[in-house]
Design a protein around this ligand. Structure first.
Ligand code: F6P
Length: 376
C-alpha cells in the first residue's frame, strides 16, 4: 500500500523578526524537495488556522525569500484559546483541531517567541501535532542557545550606538538609547558591549540613577564630556523593580481566577506607568549631571529589513532540522540551537519560561572589566 504524502502547515506568530522567511524556506525546501511532502502556509499567525487563510508554498513561492525581512505569511499576536471572533473572545482550539483534520494537515510548524511557544503547547495538549522554531530579536526563549532575529537586531542596535557616539561627543551630551528586548537584556547588553556604551541598563540588574550619574561624573573628570547610555525598554530602577517583583510573586501565588486577574491587572498598570521610563531617566540624569541629555528610541528599526548572514544560517539550520523531525514523526518539540547542531526539546519544558541574562554572565563580567557602568 502506498504511504500517504505528509502535509505540513506553517505559520509565523508574534512580533516579526529577521530570518522568518529564511526559516520558512528552510522548512519548505527540505520538506518539498528532500522528503516529497506538501506544505501550506497559514496567514497571520494562529488566526489563519481558524479562518483558513492560506498561501500555497511551492518552489516558486519559496524562491527569493532567503534575504528578505518580515514574513511572507504575515503575523499576529492572536492566541488560539482567546481569539476575538466577531467582537467576541472565544476558545478556538477545538475548531483548529477539527479544521486540520478536515484539511488533512498532519502537523503545524509554529515560528515564534515565548508567547508562540505557550500557544503551541496548548495545541499540542489538545492533540494536535506541532513543532516550533525559536524566533525573536529578544533572544529570551528558554533551552535554546540562540533565537533567529537576534543577531540581525544586535548588528542594527550596535551600528546605532556607534553612530550616536559621534554626535554625543560633538555636543558634549548624554544620549540615552532605548533598545528593545521586552523583559530580557540580551540585545541591550550585546549592543552596549559591542558599541562601547558607557552605561548599560538591563532588566536583570535594577539600577540606581545616582550611581549612573556618579559614573558619568567620573568620565567627566577624565575629560569625557559625553556619555552613551544603552537602556533596555524593560530596565527598571531598584524601587520600580521591587514593586514589579512583588506583583509577579502575587501572580505566581494567586489561587483562583479572581486573584489571578487582579495580579495581572496590577502588572499591566505597572507596565503602563513604565512607559516613558527612558525619558524620565534622561531628565533625571540631566538634573544630576548638568549635562544636556537626549533620547533615541531605536524601536522597530531593530527588527526590520534583511537578515544578517548569521540569522540566515541559523534559520536555515533550524528549518531543515524541523523537516527531518517531521519526517521521523517527532512532534511536540521545539527545534533548539545547540552548538553547531540542533536538538529537539519538549515544548512543555520551554513554554512559560524566559531565558534572562544571568547577572554573572560573561558579557556582564566583560562589560564591568572595560569600566562600563551597569547601574548597580
Ligand atoms: O518580542 C519582540 C519585540 O520586538 C520586543 O522586543 C518588544 O517589546 C515587542 O516585540 C513589541 O511588540 P509589538 O510589535 O506588539 O509592539
Amino acid at each position: 500500500m502506498a504511504t500517504k504524502t505528509k502535509c505540513i502547515g506553517i505559520l509565523t506568530a508574534g512580533g516579526d523578526s529577521p530570518g522568518l522567511n529564511a526559516a520558512i524556506r528552510g522548512v519548505g525546501k527540505a520538506a518539498l524537495g528532500h522528503y516529497g511532502m506538501k506544505i501550506v502556509g497559514f496567514r497571520d499567525g494562529f488566526r489563519g488556522l481558524v479562518e483558513n487563510r492560506r498561501l500555497e508554498l511551492d518552489r516558486a513561492t519559496l524562491s527569493g525569500i532567503l534575504t528578505t525581512g518580515g514574513t511572507i505569511l504575515g503575523t499576529s499576536r492572536d492566541k488560539p484559546h482567546r481569539m476575538v471572533i466577531n467582537g467576541r473572545t472565544k476558545d478556538m482550539t477545538g475548531a483548529i483541531r477539527e479544521n486540520l483534520k478536515k484539511w488533512g494537515i498532519d502537523c503545524v510548524v509554529c515560528l515564534g517567541g515565548g508567547g508562540t511557544q505557550k500557544n503551541a503547547l496548548r495545541l499540542h495538549q489538545a492533540g494536535i501535532n506541532v513543532i516550533t522554531l525559536p524566533k525573536t530579536i529578544d533572544n529570551d526563549v528558554a533551552l535554546t542557545d540562540a533565537t533567529f532575529g537576534f543577531a540581525t537586531a544586535l548588528d542594527i542596535a550596535t551600528e546605532a550606538i556607534d553612530r550616536l557616539h559621534s554626535t554625543a561627543h560633538s555636543h558634549h551630551r548624554i544620549i540615552v538609547a532605548e533598545v528593545m528586548g521586552h523583559r530580557a537584556g540580551w540585545l541591550t547588553l550585546g549592543a552596549g558591549l559591542a558599541g562601547g556604551a558607557d552605561v548599560i541598563l538591563i532588566p536583570e540588574i535594577p539600577y540606581d540613577v545616582k550611581k549612573i550619574a556618579l559614573a558619568i561624573g567620573e568620565r567627566r573628570k577624565h575629560g569625557s564630556n559625553f556619555s552613551i547610555v544603552a537602556v533596555s525598554e524593560g530596565a527598571m530602577s531598584r524601587h520600580d523593580a521591587r514593586i514589579f517583583a512583588g506583583a509577579e510573586k502575587k501572580l505566581e501565588r494567586a489561587k483562583g481566577l479572581n486573584e489571578k486577574l487582579e495580579a495581572k491587572r496590577e502588572i499591566a498598570a505597572i507596565e503602563v506607568r513604565h512607559q516613558g521610563n527612558t525619558m524620565r531617566l534622561a531628565r533625571e540624569l540631566e538634573e544630576l549631571t548638568h549635562l544636556e541629555s537626549r533620547v533615541t528610541i531605536l524601536g522597530y528599526v531593530q527588527r526590520g529589513g534583511t537578515p544578517s548572514a548569521a540569522d540566515r544560517m541559523l534559520a536555515t539550520r533550524l528549518g531543515t532540522a524541523c523537516a527531518d523531525l517531521i519526517a521521523q514523526g517527532r512532534y511536540g518539540v521545539m527545534v533548539a540551537a545547540r552548538g553547531d547542531g540542533t536538538e529537539p526539546v519538549p515544548i512543555e519544558k520551554v513554554a512559560g519560561k524566559r531565558k534572562s541574562v544571568p547577572p554573572d554572565h560573561s558579557w556582564v563580567e566583560s562589560a564591568r572589566r572595560v569600566g562600563t557602568c551597569l547601574g548597580d
